[in-house]
Design a protein around this ligand. Sequence first.
Ligand SMILES: C/C(=C\CNc1ncnc2c1ncn2[C@@H]1O[C@H](COP(=O)(O)O)[C@@H](O)[C@H]1O)CO
Length: 254
Amino acid sequence: MVMDKYRGPMRLRRGQVDHTTHDQRLLDSRGPSDWVHTDPWRVMRIQAEFIEGFGSLADLGPAISVFGSARTPSDHPWYALGEEVGRSLVAAGFAVITGGGPGAMEAANKGASEAGGVSVGLGIELPFEAGLNPWVDKGINFRYFFARKTMFVKYSQGFVVLPGGVGTLDELFEAITLVQTGTVTSFPIVLVGVDYWSGLLDWAREKMLGHGMISPDDLDLVVLTDDVGEAVDRMVRAREERAMRPPERRGQWD
Ligand SMILES: C/C(=C\CNc1ncnc2c1ncn2[C@@H]1O[C@H](COP(=O)(O)O)[C@@H](O)[C@H]1O)CO
């Protein structure tokens, strides 16, 4: 006789059947513990990370995410720029969200915290010790980049991007993709640092547009400036646009 066993939505037969129950595996700590490292179990941790993030950030109010290099030294002009961005966003009534790390993230958190605003850090577990910077006043540590990235978009009304490396580019291009595809609306993306970023935008114009990989309008999806005031104005205008919408269309996501 073939024995069927059900584990949630899975049906197991023959050699796939294991002869333990969920309760046994939970309570019998003497048994092998490899199962906690399996993908189905990871799904629970991933789910928990979304629940924790949604629960912790739901009441944040209007917020802007600030991205930039983890390596910007504290005596660099771009660090001062990050502080100014954090401070100015708070003055305009926004909470500031960063990746919670060092460099430009720390600068934006410092500016926000010192200005008396809400300074949020969404940290990420990395193979080396990192931890949240000392200017994060509300911090969450994530194991999974993709769960953390969802939080940046869901709880921000726009992105300000300071000079940075591949991590910053990853965050920037994810946001551009979401705006380009209409997945998020009224979502300004401002690059601060004309000298640093203009080569990338020139390349996009020449190569991406030149080869028909983007449409001319796509070049307007990001704003480039050295002026922190202009960056913050863009965020304020988007907040006003959002407020004009009917209430059911104000949220980013259902
Ligand atoms: C490199 C060092 C620490 C890295 N620690 C980080 N902590 C939090 N978030 C990080 C970290 N590194 C990258 N990120 C994310 O990517 C963006 C910055 O990456 P980049 O390659 O430096 O541009 C940033 O916005 C974070 O979200 C030790 O100094």
